[in-house]
Design a protein around this ligand. Structure first.
Ligand code: ASP
Length: 343
């Protein structure tokens, strides 16, 4: 059976990658993605067909929220059978959150979804946008025996393709703006694209692709710091409707062992609030029980975020609460890898 060239849908949501500079005035204006192939003729050399879709009103990614996550997921859902792969252009600031959220929403995904963006506008002389865009489309169009090579949500930036829910934005200036400290790169781009096949996510392709659209945003993210006050934590934990808290602890999951602190956690758990322990270190894992300070947390029933990024932990919490997972199995499901987000 012969198959025509892969076709890729490029979805522009906003961000610097879709900007061009007016060289006379210096002002940034929107790039016209409808005329993409005329503006970036290099794309014609790729062995795939490209169609584009743009948000009616592109946004800076600092305005991202679950409503837009659903909008992106629905664009993918309604085009899922029509395209071989999807490239989502997104501002870099919250890209790891959106891409992590999409990884949970798109269940049994069997096609590539590649998020990318850039540090400099596409029309800038020294832009990183073109390489990011061209290689993202190339990666999304990779096929092996008419099957997509990548079957998961990924993020491409500065010569590396990462598993999206393992990434974090680490630099506001360098072209290498993202890192995946707890999981190896999926593809590295040099003279050739080097695919690290062993690390690719292998979905159960017998199961039907499904899009989960419910998120529950009744959560809080608390970063511990020496001197954090009881009053502040009490205020957070007494937030009306609160259902879950991500606690960014120290090192391998350690927290203060002061009685008032442990009491707040104990009360919250009794009230049915799910508490997840993630480390505020960029790399490494929570290992509750390694030190006495985290052993107490283990005894309280705190959930381990293991080596998840804060971005993935936040999205997973909103996602599982949105799926109404029962409190009996919540801890077990949260601590299980659903899309390769934890080791
Ligand atoms: N503030 C921009 C955004 O996240 C930065 C970027 O595009 O990378 O939308």
């Amino acid at each position: 059976m012969t198959k025509s060239r892969p076709n890729i849908l490029l979805i522009y949501t906003g961000g610097t990658i879709g900007m061009v500079k007016d060289f006379e005035t210096g002002a940034l204006k929107a790039f016209d993605f409808k005329n993409l192939l005329d503006r970036i003729p290099e794309l014609k050399h790729l062995d795939c067909d490209i169609e584009t879709f743009s948000f009616a009103e592109p946004i800076d990614s600092s305005n991202m929220n679950p409503k837009y996550w659903v909008e992106i997921a629905e664009i993918i859902e309604s085009n899922y059978n029509l395209f071989d792969g999807f490239v989502v252009l997104h501002g870099s600031d919250t890209m790891s959150y959106t891409a992590s959220a999409l990884s949970f929403m798109l269940e049994h995904l069997a096609k590539p979804v590649v998020f990318t963006g850039s540090q400099l506008p596409i029309g800038d002389l020294r832009t990183d946008a073109k390489e990011n865009l061209i290689t993202s489309i190339h990666v999304a169009s990779l096929q092996h025996f008419n099957e997509p090579v990548i079957k998961e949500v990924t993020l491409y930036f500065e010569y590396k393709l990462y598993r999206a829910n393992r990434t974090t934005k680490i630099n506001a200036e360098h072209f290498e703006a993202f890192a995946s400290l707890n999981y190896p790169d999926l593809v590295t781009s040099g003279v050739h694209l080097k695919v690290n096949t062993d690390y690719l996510f292998k979905p159960n392709t017998k199961k039907r692709f499904k899009v989960n659209k419910n998120f529950d945003t009744n959560i809080a993210l608390v970063k511990l710091y020496p001197g954090i006050s009881e009053a502040l934590l009490r205020a957070v934990f007494s937030t009306f409707g609160l259902k879950g808290v991500i606690l960014e602890s120290y090192g391998a999951g350690n927290c203060t062992t002061e009685t008032w602190f442990l009491n707040i956690l104990k009360e919250a758990i009794l009230n049915g609030i799910q508490i997840i322990n993630v480390t505020q270190c960029s790399g490494g894992s929570v290992l509750m029980g390694q030190y006495q300070s985290s052993e107490l947390l283990l005894k309280l029933g705190i959930i381990s975020g293991k080596d998840m990024t804060t971005e993935a932990a936040v999205c997973k919490l909103m996602y599982l609460l949105g799926q109404n997972v029962s409190s009996k199995v919540f801890k077990t499901i949260y601590e299980t890898s659903l899309r390769g987000e934890l080791t």
